[in-house]
Every structure is written in structure tokens, then in C-alpha cells.
Design a protein around this ligand. Structure first.
Ligand code: ADP
Length: 418
């Protein structure tokens, strides 16, 4: 049997999320999370999935990503799934920024590492952690293909008129200032699944995909290709998010510098970490915000209204960009779970053919499903995202092209979702 297992690694600045997937039948063998890397007490939470084993948590200091991956390797080995297994075909890495050159899943070599490094100035929080993850995995299994799958890749089809900011071209080009978009792996996966749900070929459908997690982004997808997306040079642009402001008049930055003496780092921190829902009402978890609204809290209600107003503006904008829309698709933590968000986002848009059915919208479910009434001209759908499976698919297609075939995958494990 040729090797068919893919280890998917998503390395953040202080965490590594992982899943081991057998591409022979798309089954999950294990999933887990190493977190608080570099702090006094780090933890590894490991869930064996193949034999239905118990979840295990180990604590202790993990000084760096090398130590964290070492601990992950030990957990996998304890289940007989060690990294030395001949059944492991490749390691697939989520890499946030691939820039203009890295627009396809790529087997990592020195030139690829250099390019990811060159992009650090436009992804200072993410690319360094992704690089560390790849380098550590290379040390653990130097003989194995390491594949980088880029968050920006799906958006590389954006036409220039959507990708360029209206600023001086020379300055923009000199510093690579343009719109790249993020969450691409999720938008790609969800677009394909939504087409499947509609019983159509992805090439035939136009979609507005709303990835609403802690980070949030919208995209306009025509015939399986991204035509516009709400995140830009960085993941700060666009929708109101858990802690990020999304769209804002850039003059706010100069204003705060002049009147409050805030330098670039201070404003960066404000807009990325102390804004969005958190900045507006003190909570960034939509569950808590809904609880507070139900208890009559006005700050939470206003934060919700601001969140929905922005979402609606993007739905309208992308409707206009696409001209014809087959479905509006909700995904990620908020999109998959928060019925009130879905209801409010399309409320009043009947003239555009958009509506949700109250019962379908509030019915529990983890499957891809339609929540619009039968009469609606435009479908509204909930499609759970699965970035790990998508990374594994793309990695496997690259290392075992003759055997990779898009077959329906099993459901993602409930924990460790994106
Ligand atoms: P990310 O991967 O960006 O960290 P997720 O896609 O996992 O985020 O989404 C996390 C967010 O989803 C939480 O912050 C919370 O606001 C929201 N969420 C999760 N479950 C629910 C729920 N049942 N109802 C409403 N919101 C939820």
C-alpha cells in the first residue's frame, strides 16, 4: 500500500493545531492542539480519533515550536501513529501569506522558504510562526515532502480592479501594497461544498461566502473563482470581527497620532486587538453577546447591530459585483452556529430574493444545509468549514496526484475547529 496519511499542521505564534488524516478514506486518525508555547505552562490536548480513545492533556513547559512538535510526535506515537510511520505521505502546512508568487500548494524547498520569509513584513504575526513549523517538521522528517498551502491562494484570481487600492501605483508596487485576502482555504472548501449542496458544478454557481469566526471575511465567488474578498493587505480590512475593527477611515490613524499621540504600534494594537465586538461591548464571543442582549444589555445590542450592518453592506456589495447570486453561504464559528446573526444579516433583503426560514435556521445540525424557504430565489446555506481537510486534500493531490480524488469526507471533529 502506498502511504496515504497526511499530517496537517497549523502553526500560530504560540500554538500548533494538528490533524492526522488518512486520505484513503478521508478518516481522521487524531487531532490536537499544543498551546501556550514558550510560556511557563504549556499544554498539549490530544484526541485519538481512529479507535475512539480518550482525550489526553499533558502540561509542562514547551520552550519553542520544536519542543511542541516533539510532544505532538510523542502523543501520535503513543497511539501507534508516530511520525516515523511509513504510512505518512506528507506534512501539509497552513501558511498565511503566499503573496503574488505562491498561489498554488507547493512542495517546500529553500526557494519557497525564502519567499515565505520575504513576505514577513506583510504578515508579521503569521508567516514567522508558519516558517518555524515547517523548519521543525523538516528536522523531524527530512525525507518527507513538506507542502505549504496558502491562505491567500484562493484569492489570487481577484482581478486587478478588486485587488488594487486606489493609491499611487509606484508606492504600492514598491512595497507590495495591495489586497491579498485571507481565509482562502476555507472559502475554497466552502464554495465547493456549497455547489455540491446545490447539486451543481462549482463552475456554474455564483456565491457570497461569509466566513464568520473570530476573524471574519466575505468573498464573492463566480464559477469557483474568487472575484473579491473583504480582507486586504492584512486580515484587518472588511467585516467587524471579534477584536478587529474591519473597515475604517484610514484618517483615524493620523487623527489618533495627532490628538492622542499614539504611534503606529499603538494604533495597530488598538485596531487588531481592542476593537471589533470586544472594543464595542467588552465581549468578543457571539454567544455571550447574545446572552447579554437577551438580558437587555444595550452596549451588546449596539455591537450586534454594528456587526450586522457591516455584514449587510458586504452582502449588498458582492451581490452587485456578481450580478447574479445563487447562494449566500455562512460558515465558521459564528456563521455555523449563530442563527440570530444569519437571520439579521438577510432580514429585509426579500427584494434581492433573500430570506431564511425560521425553523430551518434554528434547527440544530452540523451538516451542510439550506436554511432558505423553498420559494426564495437565492439559496441561503450553512456549510461547516474544514480547513484541515482542505489542506490535506491539496497536499495529497500534490504528492499522490493519481490517487487523490475529491470524495465526500467524514465530519470534522467538533473540537479544534477553525
Ligand atoms: P477562529 O478559528 O477564527 O478562532 P471560529 O471559527 O472557531 O474562530 O469561531 C469562534 C467564534 O465562534 C467564537 O468566538 C464565538 O463567537 C463563535 N461561536 C462559537 N459557537 C457559537 C455558538 N453556538 N453561537 C454563537 N457563536 C458561536
Amino acid at each position: 500500500m502506498s502511504p496515504s496519511r497526511i499530517l496537517v499542521l497549523n502553526s500560530g505564534s504560540s500554538s500548533v493545531k494538528y490533524q492526522l488524516i488518512d486520505m484513503a478514506d478521508r478518516s481522521r486518525l487524531a487531532a490536537g492542539l499544543a498551546e501556550r508555547i514558550g510560556e511557563e505552562t504549556s499544554t498539549v490536548t490530544h484526541q485519538p480519533l481512529a479507535a475512539g480513545g480518550e482525550r489526553r492533556t499533558r502540561t509542562g513547559r514547551l520552550a519553542d515550536h520544536g519542543a511542541a512538535l516533539g510532544a505532538v510526535a510523542e502523543e501520535l506515537a503513543a497511539d501507534g501513529l508516530g511520525l516515523d510511520s511509513p504510512e505518512l505521505a506528507a506534512i501539509g502546512h497552513r501558511v498565511v501569506h503566499g503573496g503574488l508568487r505562491l498561489t498554488e500548494p507547493t512542495v517546500v524547498d529553500d526557494a519557497v522558504l525564502e519567499e515565505i520569509e520575504r513576505l514577513v513584513p506583510v504578515a508579521p504575526l503569521h508567516n514567522p510562526a508558519n516558517l518555524t513549523g515547517i523548519r521543525t517538521a523538516q528536522r523531524l522528517r527530512p525525507d518527507l515532502p513538506q507542502v505549504a498551502v496558502f491562505d491567500t491562494a484562493f484569492h489570487s484570481t481577484m482581478p486587478e480592479h478588486a485587488a488594487r487600492y486606489a493609491i499611487d501605483t509606484e508606492t504600492a508596487d514598491a512595497h507590495r501594497v495591495r489586497r491579498y485576502g485571507f481565509h482562502g482555504t476555507s472559502h475554497a472548501y466552502v464554495s465547493r461544498k456549497a455547489a455540491e449542496l446545490l447539486g451543481k458544478d462549482p463552475g456554474e454557481v455564483n456565491l457570497i461566502v461569509l466566513h464568520l469566526g473570530n476573524g471574519a471575511s466575505a468573498s464573492a465567488v463566480r464559477g469557483g473563482r474568487c472575484e473579491d474578498t473583504s480582507m486586504g493587505l492584512t486580515p484587518l480590512e472588511g467585516l467587524v470581527m471579534g477584536t478587529r475593527s474591519g473597515d475604517i477611515d484610514p484618517a483615524v490613524v493620523f487623527h489618533l497620532k495627532r490628538v492622542a499621540g499614539m504611534d503606529a504600534d499603538a494604533v495597530d494594537e488598538l485596531l487588531n486587538k481592542r476593537s471589533g465586538l470586544l472594543g464595542l461591548c467588552g465581549d468578543n464571543d457571539m454567544r455571550e453577546i447574545r446572552r447579554r442582549i437577551d438580558a437587555g444589555d444595550r452596549a451588546a445590542a449596539l455591537a450586534f447591530d454594528i456587526y450586522i450592518h457591516r455584514l449587510k453592506k458586504y452582502i449588498g456589495a458582492y451581490y452587485a459585483v456578481l450580478g447574479r447570486v445563487d447562494a449566500v453561504v455562512f460558515t465558521a464559528g459564528v456563521g455555523e452556529n449563530a442563527a440570530p446573526v444569519r437571520e439579521a444579516a438577510v432580514a429585509g433583503l426579500a427584494e434581492l430574493g433573500l430570506a431564511v426560514d425560521g425553523e430551518l435556521n434554528t434547527a440544530a445540525g452540523r451538516e451542510a444545509r439550506l436554511i432558505s424557504p423553498g420559494y426564495a430565489r437565492v439559496a441561503v446555506a450553512v456549510v461547516p468549514t474544514d480547513e484541515e481537510l482542505e489542506i490535506a486534500e491539496q497536499t495529497y493531490a500534490l504528492v499522490a496526484p493519481s490517487r487523490a480524488a475529491p470524495t465526500p469526507g467524514g465530519a470534522a471533529p467538533e473540537s479544534f475547529s477553525t
